[in-house]
Design a protein around this ligand. Structure first.
Ligand code: RB5
Length: 149
């Protein structure tokens, strides 16, 4: 199950992603927003990320104008590793190396065609583990307030 969400600026891109998930019969839950009317991104970020942390959803895909604000909000939720991406390589490697569980994109930054390719690779790429597991563990240790140095 995939959670999708956006603010008003990311709404058109979130709708394109929703259509892609529908067409490919990928189960999703849309936490909103549901129209282009003003809606603040932190609300959607928290709603979607709570579903990832609870285990209801495996991953989340979030959209705002830049992908940045919504990724900042997402990364405040404990257990979340969100990446704001605007290129295919980053969307792939944030899975391979960072075990990212949330992909964030900006409607004002990239087109729907690239976004869909990024969603596809993000959802279908496994974490490599190995030396990268140590680094991901360090990220999560910072979240727990541990000192790495
Ligand atoms: C909304 O105008 C815009 O600031 C927001 O979507 C996002 O780009 C913030 O990071």
């Amino acid at each position: 199950m995939i959670a999708i969400g956006s603010d008003h600026a990311g709404f058109p891109l979130k709708e394109e992603i929703r259509k892609y998930l529908e067409e490919n019969k990928i189960d999703y839950v849309d936490v909103g927003c549901y129209s282009p009317e003003r809606f603040d991104y932190a609300i959607s970020a928290q709603k979607a990320c709570d579903k990832v942390v609870s285990g209801e959803c495996d991953k989340a895909i979030l959209c705002c104008g830049t992908g940045i604000g919504i990724s900042m909000a997402a990364n405040k939720v404990k257990g979340i590793r969100a990446c704001a991406c605007s290129d295919y390589f980053s969307a792939k490697y944030t899975r391979l190396h960072n075990d990212a569980n949330v992909l964030c994109m900006g409607d004002r930054v990239i087109g729907a065609g690239l976004a869909i390719e990024m969603v596809d690779v993000f959802l279908n790429t496994e974490f490599e583990g190995g030396r990268h597991q140590t680094r991901v563990d360090q990220i999560m240790a910072i979240e727990k307030g541990e000192k790495l140095y």
